[in-house]
Design a protein around this ligand. Structure first.
Ligand SMILES: *[C@@H]1O[C@H](CO)[C@@H](O)[C@H](O)[C@H]1NC(C)=O
Ligand SMILES: *[C@@H]1O[C@H](CO)[C@@H](O)[C@H](O)[C@H]1NC(C)=O
Ligand SMILES: *[C@@H]1O[C@H](CO)[C@@H](O)[C@H](O)[C@H]1NC(C)=O
Ligand SMILES: *[C@@H]1O[C@H](CO)[C@@H](O)[C@H](O)[C@H]1NC(C)=O
Ligand SMILES: *[C@@H]1O[C@H](CO)[C@@H](O)[C@H](O)[C@H]1NC(C)=O
Ligand SMILES: *[C@@H]1O[C@H](CO)[C@@H](O)[C@H](O)[C@H]1NC(C)=O
Length: 408
């Protein structure tokens, strides 16, 4: 009795296993029919564009040959159990074409968002690097809000200058929005108002690097509504923002990484605003001048609250003694990058540097330093990397206890 049960169980188990293997083997790659058709429509919309540039292997696996194995197609990922398309990467559909094609004459991808709306489980859509232009504002971009699972949208490196921020305001599911390097021929684009994104309460990463944006970033709404309260990474580098941006920053309590490099000069180190960002880990303020504004002692002291701030980059900046000593209030500063910066004053502020006690990496390359006595750097017990490439001084460095790497 016992043994028959056992063998029965075994055979059931065997059948079950076979079914499982069969099912997995069989289902693999099979996708939802409506989504397969949507993909083929997207491919068709790219055809003119591809012909013009002589791209003859455009999406070569996306073929309508009766097989339903579209989950195995290139640039797609499906959910393994439900077979819904979750990731669609249509970045750089042209390949690297010759840039001599005239911008105005060459055909553009007339993107129609309708087929995209059929991917109900879509989580990530990458449309970067595609020559998309201002027409995108009229193609129903905002309808992507019907994709309730969409978490990541990448439109980086296209020719979009019109203000499309409003179009994203309703895509509440977004966690990552990459709008970096959107530029065109207009040297003075309209100001963009980030408050139009303030409904994106799940947003964790916002990248608008290199868009020539300027203007104040206003945040409407009362203090009780904290917009963008989950924002962890904010890249605003290579724009034209000025100090009027600062009040906005201090409301972003979750921020960990902040890039403000290469904007309009920030006249004083924004101590007070930054001190409201207790989670800040990495800060880039390259290309600023901190010699005319006064960083008050009070302001400097408030930096003590930034217990997680470990890395600061201030390349191509003007600094002086008091700026360096201000940094010494940061309790965890480990990496300081001052490449190509000018450290003003009659002598190198060695004493101030020696107060940066947690420092592990100090980059003073290309700083046009003429003299340096490193003796006091012995106070920096944790210093592991000191970069001094391309400076003007003579003689040898006393390096006991300090490792120097002079790569070229
Ligand atoms: C259909 O095309 C796919 C390539 O996407 C290929 O792997 C498959 O074998 C083809 N099926 C048939 C029946 O031709
Ligand atoms: C967006 O696309 C660009 C270009 O393809 C890529 O460099 C960048 O890392 C992408 N952004 C994100 C957040 O994945
Ligand atoms: C900073 O930018 C704002 C908004 O564009 C502008 O009104 C203001 O004049 C600018 N301030 C300075 C000092 O340039
Ligand atoms: C700092 O002040 C000096 C003298 O007043 C002025 O020439 C210089 O342009 C100022 N620098 C900046 C970045 O504002
Ligand atoms: C350095 O700059 C600060 C402004 O940050 C200014 O108040 C101070 O006078 C300058 N100090 C020296 C020694 O040049
Ligand atoms: C470098 O050393 C030479 C010889 O000792 C000296 O004449 C010269 O002034 C020094 N240059 C600098 C920048 O210190």
């Amino acid at each position: 009795m016992k043994s028959t049960c056992l063998s029965k169980c075994k055979s059931w188990l065997f059948i079950f296993m076979m079914l499982l293997i069969f099912k997995v083997g069989c289902i693999q790659g099979i996708c939802i029919e409506d989504e397969r058709r949507a993909l083929l429509e997207i491919k068709a919309s790219l055809q003119e564009f591809a012909n013009y540039y002589g791209v003859d292997n455009l999406l070569s696996t996306w073929v309508d040959n009766g097989s339903q194995e579209c989950c195995a197609w290139e640039r797609i990922k499906c959910e393994t159990t439900t077979e819904y398309v979750t990731h669609l990467s249509l970045s750089n559909m042209l390949g690297d074409h010759d840039s001599h094609y005239d911008y105005y004459l060459r055909p553009k991808w007339r993107l129609n968002f309708s087929p995209f709306l059929r991917f109900k489980e879509l989580r990530s859509l990458d449309l970067s690097y595609n020559d998309l232009d201002d027409m995108i504002a009229t193609t129903g971009l905002e309808r992507l809000s019907s994709l309730k699972k969409l978490e990541k949208l990448n439109l980086s490196t296209n020719y979009i200058q019109t203000d499309i921020f409003r179009s994203f305001g309703s895509i509440i599911s977004l966690k990552v929005l990459d709008l970096s390097y959107l530029y065109g021929d207009n040297q003075y684009p309209l100001p963009h108002d980030i408050s139009e994104l303030s409904a994106l309460k799940n947003l964790e990463v916002l990248d608008v690097t290199g868009c020539s944006y300027y203007g104040t970033i206003q945040m409407q709404g009362s203090d009780t509504i904290t917009p963008l309260r989950k924002l962890k990474i904010l890249n605003l580098g290579w724009n034209d923002f000025n100090e009027s941006l600062i009040p906005f920053l201090s409301s972003l309590r979750s921020l960990r990484i902040l890039d403000l490099s290469f904007n309009r000069i920030f006249e004083s180190f924004p101590c007070q605003a930054l001190s409201h960002l207790p989670n800040l880990e990495k800060l880039d303020l390259s290309s600023s001048s901190f010699i005319n504004g006064t960083a008050s002692n009070e302001g400097c002291k408030s930096l003590m609250r930034l217990k997680n701030l470990e890395s600061i980059s201030m390349q191509y900046s003007d600094l002086n003694k008091s700026m360096i000593s201000c940094l010494s209030f940061l309790p965890s500063l480990k990496i300081l990058n001052l490449r190509y910066s000018r450290i003003l004053g009659s002598s190198f502020p060695m004493q101030e540097f020696s107060l940066l006690r947690k420092l592990k990496t100090l980059d003073l390359s290309f700083c046009d330093l003429h003299s340096l006595t490193l003796n006091e750097l012995h106070n920096l017990r944790d210093l592991e990397v000191l970069l001094l490439n391309d400076n003007q001084f003579n003689g040898t460095l006393p390096v006991e206890g300090i490792y120097t790497f002079c790569s070229s």
